[in-house]
Design a protein. Sequence first.
Length: 271
Amino acid sequence: MADFLSDADFDQYRKLIYDESGITFSSTNRAILESRLKERLRDKQIAQVNDYYSILLKDKEELKLMLDSVTTNLTRFFRNQPHFDALINYVIPEVLKIKKERGENKIRVWSAGCSTGEEPYTLAMIFKDKLPSNITAEIVASDLSLKSLMVGKAGFYPENRIVGIPDNYLPKFFEQKNNGYQISDEIMKMIRFDYHNLKNDSGQRNIDILFCRNVLIYFDEPAQKAVIDRFWDAMSPKSYLFIGHSESLFGMKTKFEFLKTDWACLYQKNS
């Protein structure tokens, strides 16, 4: 089996990955791509990178698995607490006002790039705890990684993964078993996990709150702009967008308005 990618191979693979997902691999993260591809070649018992590339062009399922393997799935419950503080103290009250004006009783939420499910489950627990009984939250959690989605759908997390969950939420929304914790049925029922490539339109509309954190950093500027434009189309008037604390729409020609709250910065679709 080849020990490394030639420059030509690297260019070929990163173009394929970019064309299919919008994810950009540069020379600085070339080693990550090489190590993930070596794993796939080893698992498939393929000796040559060129042979594997030929398979990817013909086999859409293997292409999905390869894209799954090269994505980074780093997450945890209540990651970047200020975002959730802003959600609780500012966004939810504002959305509830809008829902009352419109005579609606459902808040639509999208967790894009949800990884193994900690973010959408965090959102579901907050909504269950904070929303009045006549208002429900419907959460779609999407990711490019089928493996991560399966973990999210199962809703079971080992003890070392439940760090950061508030003390009053753990007994309320989890059941301890088998050296880990199982999310309660009432929380799991609030979420629909869905495979989605952000390079494509999700088909979703009228989203009130959208979380897509630490995903845009893997895209170059044109791909970022395309994703943000698709988010705009998916969201309802007077809706809210959360992106990663190290990410920004500054300098991007977008219709979203920057919003600074006492807890965190986010973006709003006002029209």
